[in-house]
Design a protein around this ligand. Structure first.
Ligand SMILES: CC(C)(COP(=O)(O)OP(=O)(O)OC[C@H]1O[C@@H](n2cnc3c(N)ncnc32)[C@H](O)[C@@H]1OP(=O)(O)O)[C@@H](O)C(=O)NCCC(=O)NCCS
Length: 151
């Protein structure tokens, strides 16, 4: 898929991004798709260009992949860290290197803003995604995720 490009998302991408998140949240047991909420969330991300990033993978047929990143401060690092979320490539466009390129884009974005760590949450049963991250130098931690509220 040599014609694919990775670029920053714009509001005109919202429909495609909501559809991609529908694909992602249908896989992850902790979430359920809700297009209105996803649209609202994406709009919030797009509003803050300084601390938030949305990258898309685009082929001539349209947007087929995305990833988002949000800067937080890590006291452990004494520096910024990036929460990486919403990593998904449409099923028909997988295994062509787009996931790798999206991850590189968010890493470069974070590093340029002083982040010394990237972090994400993954479904423990999503073995393909876990292998994908491990192959790119990510490692698991002993932390568990807790939450209060939300769906
Ligand atoms: C995880 C995910 C984002 C990876 O995206 P992708 O575009 O398929 O990723 P890449 O193509 O960069 O790499 C995937 C694999 O294809 C391989 N690959 C890359 N280019 C290839 C090619 N031309 N031919 C064959 N295989 C190739 C890579 O080596 C990689 O293998 P590995 O995982 O064993 O290391 C994608 O599978 C996905 O959207 N999954 C569903 C959503 C999901 O689980 N998201 C993660 C939430 S935490």
């Amino acid at each position: 898929m040599t014609e694919a490009s990775i670029r920053t998302a714009v509001p005109a991408d919202l429909d495609a991004l909501v559809a991609l998140l529908g694909e992602l949240f249908a896989i992850e047991a902790d979430f359920r798709p809700d297009p209105k909420r996803q649209r609202r969330g994406l709009a919030l991300l797009l509003e803050d260009r300084l601390r938030r990033a949305v990258f898309v993978a685009e082929v001539p047929g349209g947007v087929v992949g995305m990833v988002t990143g949000q800067l937080v401060v890590s006291t452990s690092e004494g520096a910024a860290a990036v929460w990486v979320e919403d990593m998904v490539v449409a099923e028909g466009a997988r295994r062509a290197g787009l996931g790798r390129r999206l991850l590189q884009a968010i890493e470069k974005w974070g590093t340029a803003r002083g982040a010394t760590r990237l972090q994400l949450l993954a479904d423990r049963e999503n073995l393909h995604a876990l292998r994908f991250y491990e192959a790119r130098g990510w490692s698991g931690t002993r932390l568990v995720c807790l939450r209060r509220g939300g769906v």
